[in-house]
Ligand binder design. Sequence first.
Ligand SMILES: [Zn+2]
Length: 96
Amino acid sequence: MINPSSNDVMEEDQENIEEMRRCFEESRKKRDASSSKLGEYMLNGWALMAESCPQPDCSMIPLVCKKGSPYYCVSCGGNFTRSTTGTMLANGEYKC
Ligand SMILES: [Zn+2]
């Protein structure tokens, strides 16, 4: 060990990299699970919407919609409505 303080920094960096890798891996798994679920819904007549789920945990996950139903997120299972300003609202009763 030449310089203990620089070694500490390196270990910290290593932990940060591990943490980042874990986060990335988890979100990738979640995306994979969501895309296969999306495929199932589309086969059942649900349309893929241009809007993504507004929940922070589901960023980039597109909502699906079927006639007579509110927008639905396959990842968190939430129903959503598009407000007049274009933002997605949770627990929507809107029928598309
Ligand atoms: Zn969601």
